[in-house]
Design a protein around this ligand. Structure first.
Ligand code: GLA
Length: 405
């Protein structure tokens, strides 16, 4: 039978007529943690590259460092496995198995280790026949695999969408959410469903089924990749920003801060933009080798507080003018806004940009106290019609907060 027909038949037989919507009470603010893919990819060569291969050692080490280096204290809690953790075939009971040479103690032991650190463990799978890197997928085995993850003590599942017809995703992704719920274990559900759609995704259905969802291409270690992602979210096609809120987040992919591709200012841009977009903060870096200034950006409490704002409203781009764009996001205390002014320009001196708060869509109160978010410095108390000058570095950002007075 053709894969499409077989899958459809399988899903319609197994699935109760009404799939319970996810509603698992998890991820009330965007999840924060570490995810292996961007930095460690599918390095399975533990013989010649033992420190960097996808192995239990790598995840234990990153867990240790989240604690020792202060990341846990500011909210990073997930240690997430990505592709290439599996053996190439299922065991005799048709269950998934971690590669025994690279994960000799198994995932259950790894999750206990991570839990003893006060952290949580995430894992990766794929809705299709195979993962993107060619390991066994969960198609036809969703119930078994959901139970395996629960038995192992997994706390988050990233479900990729390679090697399956995209038309099946509106059935398959909710089905896996249903099976995760059925296990009774709280497991944050991260979907790649919209990222694979060629037509406009049904965000309503996605937001009801997934705690977070990748909308767009994989991030790469470059400023161009970062700009492409920011522009996609700024365009907000289909108004997907409105579906973000406690328990449901648009996911523009990993933080690449601390890697090779971004300057200091560009790293600040990513942190500020991921905060304004209410994005999951999943670091894809090497916590053993990270510049102190990158670590300081990642651990900036003021920026993290904007990201984790309890209202969970995703920011929107309100001005786009050549190299300059402005984004705003409502935050607590009530009536306040966070805003970012991003400069893509490479003209080698800071741009001096004049804006009234009203230009940025900030109104409602007569005057606001404006502060710079990264260092908390006071810019001043201004009415919505005062012109304020902001200095923004080339390929840099100014991040502000306006609180009604
Ligand atoms: C896809 C995903 C990535 C990563 C890889 C792993 O490309 O979008 O985030 O999980 O697969 O193979």
């Amino acid at each position: 039978m053709h894969l499409y027909a077989a899958t459809f038949l399988w899903i319609s037989c197994l699935l109760p007529s009404q799939v319970d919507l996810l509603n698992n009470g998890l991820a009330r603010t965007p999840p924060m943690g570490w995810l292996a893919w961007e930095r460690f990819r599918c390095d399975i060569d533990c013989k010649d590259d033992p420190d960097n291969c996808i192995s239990e050692k790598l995840f234990r080490t990153m867990g240790d460092l989240l604690v020792k280096e202060g990341y846990k204290d500011v909210g990073y809690e997930y240690v997430n496995i990505d592709d290439c953790w599996l053996t190439h075939s299922r065991n005799a009971k048709n269950q998934l198995e971690a590669d025994p040479t690279r994960f000799p103690s198994g995932i259950k032991n790894l999750s206990s280790y991570i839990h003893n650190l006060g952290l949580k463990l995430g894992i990766y799978e794929d809705f299709g026949t195979k993962t993107c890197a060619g390991y066994p997928g969960i198609l036809f085995q969703m119930d078994t695999d959901a139970q395996t993850f629960a038995d192992w003590g997994v706390d988050m599942l990233k479900l990729d969408g390679c090697n399956v017809p995209t038309e099946l995703m509106p059935y398959g992704y909710p089905a896996m959410g249903y099976y995760l719920n059925q296990t009774g274990r709280p497991i944050v559900y991260s979907c790649e469903w919209p990222a694979y759609q060629t037509k406009e995704p049904d965000y309503q259905a996605i937001a009801q089924s997934c705690n977070l969802w990748r909308n767009y291409d994989d991030i790469q270690d470059s400023w161009d990749s970062l700009k492409g992602i920011i522009d996609f979210y700024g365009d907000d096609k289909g108004n997907f920003s409105m579906f973000a809120g406690p328990g449901a987040w648009n996911d523009p992919d990993m933080l690449i801060i601390g890697n090779y591709g971004l300057s200091y200012d560009q790293q600040r841009v990513q942190m500020a933009m991921w905060a304004i977009m209410a994005s999951p903060l999943l670091m894809g870096n090497d916590l053993r080798h990270i510049a102190p200034e990158s670590k300081a950006i990642l651990q900036n409490k003021n920026v993290i507080a904007i990201n984790q704002d309890p209202m969970g409203k995703m920011g929107k781009r309100v001005i786009k003018n050549n190299d300059i764009q402005v984004w705003t996001r409502p935050v607590m205390p009530t009536g306040s806004y966070a805003f970012t002014i991003v400069n893509y320009g490479v003209y080698g001196t800071p741009a001096k940009l004049n804006y009234k708060l009203s230009d940025m869509g900030i109104s409602g109160s007569k005057s606001y106290l404006i502060t710079e978010v990264f260092d908390g410095s006071k810019i001043g108390v201004h009415t919505t019609s005062d012109v304020v000058t902001y200095s923004v570095n080339p390929t840099g950002v100014f991040m502000g907060k306006a609180v009604p007075q």
